[in-house]
Design a binder for this molecule. Structure first.
Ligand code: BGC
Length: 724
């Protein structure tokens, strides 16, 4: 029955399908936010608040992400949740995006690999993922209406890539379409995205669910390939679907297929076993991930790690009221909270002195103004202690609102400066969901730790890193710029008249900084460790599956540690404009003090392709590729050049193809050369003329030479012969 089918394609309420039995979908992504209070759909009952994606992204460790997915699956199962709304795999195009804390990286490969592991882990527990927000949802400003205007190559190579990897490799049960429009068409009504690409090209066989409230026109959405409009109920939309089928405006099969897919999802979920989870074990995992996602940006005179008998001044309100997650739909009610101040006091046997240093932010997130009295008190504590820890960070970062600048609150910067002047062993501890500008102050403290948003184990994870239980192996998944105006996305944001141009094209994040040879504060991939690593000389082989690189990495320090070995490719002399370097493989390797690991990095051939706009397909350029291996995008230790066999393609020659194109094609060159040949013995084409006319289409050259050898019939014959 059409009306039953229609009813199945919208929700029964905020979090349930209209099927019998209903299934529950809930946020996501870094915890299970199952609504617990009647009448309040937004506050979740207690669940482990794992670190958000900004932190998990910095671990560069798919294995850890798989374990996170498994743990989330166990919690979801224990609460009867069928689909967890995550992961968020949008690229961090701009550091201002208010939701960057929910996304992994500015790089599509890193995002895709981590998200794939997460989804595999989650779904191994019989709980479905919802990969979101499909697609090109990179800012919160006007997110329900804005059109992301992005060229096709950039769309394919940057903004769709992570989705493509997750869909192909992890087969998520659902994909969530975004609120925004893509090139003038709402994502929820975008046939190209939801059907041609997602299902047609990538083979997606699950349910496309709308972001909550993203559907504008239910009929257009179903026709485009959307299966489930959330939340519900939406009786008006259901009726519109029935009428559209009756009136011949919607194919009955389109509605039947959408309803069928929802029922298939319900059946998939029915196989799920109930279960319990171990709160302590999950808290321990949250702690492990938070410590592993911490990035050590600076560590002069090896001030860190701290000996266990260090007296510490713990300064800054965030040490006692931690920033550990962002605001909006992902906010989790934690099962417990490890407060940094308490955990540091437990970790050291020497005195700990606390001073708030600045006031808490206002209810709307406005930071407190600098307070000289609070700073004086903090400075006094710093003077009396071996080490001063200054806790700083962004005020509330939340879904629905972009940031307006990259600066820390003035009160935090003042505190850093005054404390660093009073104690040479000052360590800045940052908690923020998106990058902040560090250069105004980072020369002053001895060490800087970027903890991002560490989740409910914030304090214990931080103590593990500060006191050296864990080697900080986090690496930047996004560039920290010197200033906002340097950022490749800067000129376009936040868009005008409903349109947001993606003007930097493929040069997103480090790709743009590298292409313009710009200095940055800390480059993509960067992060220090308590030990040091040396790289041997890389070797590489290529075959039709891709490139395999081998390199030896030695831990040259006296502590065990982890290195994140990164492989960037470039293709000098490419036919298309490319970023100077693109991350194509990485490995997260534990290496004991003094030991050497042989690291093998595989670059899949598919990841070498660029989207050829003229041919409408991926294309791997043959010839020499450079693969540089190193510890960050700007710390490349060894480069190897390897010949990659190219894809064989024949680009058809037309009357509109330029002379250069004709002469670049062996057969075209022969045919056109012969057609233009003068009397025997004379040169075939005047080289000077060719140099000037290289860009001229063949048919226009023909028109310039009336009575010459290229009449319309001759041009047609040439085209036919060249492509036969
Ligand atoms: C967010 C989604 C979320 C959904 C349900 C939307 O506002 O954009 O990420 O899953 O709400 O809470």
């Amino acid at each position: 029955m059409t009306s039953e089918q229609a009813a199945l394609t919208s929700g029964a309420d905020f979090w349930h399908t209209a099927s019998t039995p209903p299934i529950t979908l809930t946020d996501g992504p870094h915890g299970v936010r199952l609504a617990g209070t009647p009448g309040d759909p937004l506050t979740g009952r207690p669940a482990t608040c794992f670190p958000p994606a900004v932190t998990t992204g910095s671990t560069w460790d798919p294995d850890l992400l798989r374990r996170l997915g498994e743990a989330l699956g166990d919690e979801a199962r224990s609460m009867g949740v069928a689909v967890l709304l995550g992961p968020g795999v949008n690229l961090k195009r701009s550091p201002l995006c208010g939701r960057n804390f929910e996304y992994f990286s500015e790089d599509p490969l890193l995002t895709g690999v981590l998200a794939t592991a997460w989804v595999r882990g989650l779904q191994s527990r019989g709980v479905g993922a919802s990969v979101k927000h499909f697609a090109v949802n990179s800012q919160e400003t006007d997110r329900m209406t804005v059109s992301a205007d992005v060229d096709e190559r950039t769309l394919r190579e940057l903004y769709l890539t992570a989705f493509q990897r997750v869909v192909r490799e992890a087969r998520p049960w659902t994909v969530m379409c975004s609120y925004n429009q893509v090139n003038g068409v709402y994502a929820s009504q975008n046939h190209f995205l939801l059907t041609d690409v997602l299902r047609g090209e990538w083979g997606f066989d699950g349910v496309v669910v709308s972001d909550w409230g993203a559907v504008v026109d239910r009929v257009a959405a179903v026709a485009a390939g959307l299966d489930l409009a959330m939340p519900g109920p939406d009786d008006t939309g259901d009726r519109a679907l029935v009428e559209a089928v009756a009136g011949g405006r919607l194919a009955p099969e389109a509605l039947a297929t959408a309803a069928d897919r929802v029922l298939t999802l319900v059946r998939r979920a029915a196989a799920r076993q109930a279960g319990e989870y171990d709160r302590d074990a999950h808290h321990a995992l949250a702690r492990e991930i938070a410590a592993r996602g911490t990035v050590l940006l600076k560590n002069e005179r090896a001030v860190l790690p701290l000996p266990a008998d260090t007296s510490v001044a713990v300064l800054g309100e965030y040490a006692r009221t931690p920033r550990y997650q962002g605001g909006g739909s992902s906010a989790i009610t934690p099962t417990r909270l490890d407060v940094p101040l308490t955990r540091i006091a437990t970790a050291t046997s020497a005195p700990v002195r606390f001073a708030p240093g600045y006031g808490p932010p206002g209810p709307d997130g406005t930071p407190a103004e600098p307070d000289p009295a609070l700073i004086v008190e903090a400075v006094a504590a710093a003077r009396e202690s071996d080490v001063a820890l200054v806790f700083v960070g962004t005020p509330e970062e939340t879904e629905g609102r972009d940031r307006t600048c990259l600066d820390l609150p003035a009160a935090h910067v003042d505190l850093i400066r005054q404390v660093a002047a009073a104690n040479p062993r000052t360590v800045v501890v940052m908690c923020n969901g998106g990058v902040v500008r560090t250069t105004p102050w980072d020369a002053e403290p001895a060490a800087v730790l970027e903890c991002w948003l560490p989740g409910q184990a914030a304090g214990s994870a931080l103590a593990d890193v500060l006191f050296g239980q864990v080697d900080p192996s986090g690496r930047l998944a996004e560039t920290i710029p010197l200033r906002l105006a340097d950022h490749p996305s800067y000129l376009d944001l936040p868009g005008t008249d409903g349109h947001l141009r993606y003007g930097e094209g493929i040069h997103v994040g480090y790709r743009g900084f590298d292409a313009r040879e710009q200095e940055v504060a800390y480059p993509f991939g960067f992060g220090l460790s308590y030990t040091t690593f040396e790289y041997g000389t890389a070797t590489a082989t290529a075959d039709d599956t891709g490139i395999r690189v081998r390199v030896e990495v030695t831990n040259t320090g006296d502590r065990d540690g982890r290195e994140v070995v990164q492989a960037y490719v470039s293709r000098p002399g490419s036919r298309v404009r490319r970023a100077p370097r693109e991350l194509k493989a990485f490995a997260n390797v534990p290496i004991a003090a003094g030991a050497t690991a042989e690291v093998v990095l595989d670059v899949a051939r598919d990841d070498l392709g660029h989207w050829d706009v003229a041919l409408g397909r991926w294309l791997v350029e043959g010839g020499p590729w450079h693969v540089s291996i190193g510890a960050s995008s700007r710390d490349l230790r060894t480069t190897v050049v390897v010949d990659v066999p190219g894809d064989e393609v024949h680009v058809p020659l037309t009357a509109g193809s330029s002379l250069a194109d004709w002469f670049a094609d062996p057969r075209g060159a022969r045919l056109l050369g012969a057609a233009l040949a003068g009397p025997p013995g004379s040169p075939a084409v005047d080289p000077a003329l060719l140099a000037i006319a290289a860009a001229m289409p063949l048919d226009r050259l023909a028109r310039l030479l009336p009575g010459g050898p290229l009449d319309p019939a001759a041009v047609a014959a040439l085209v036919a012969a060249a492509n036969s």
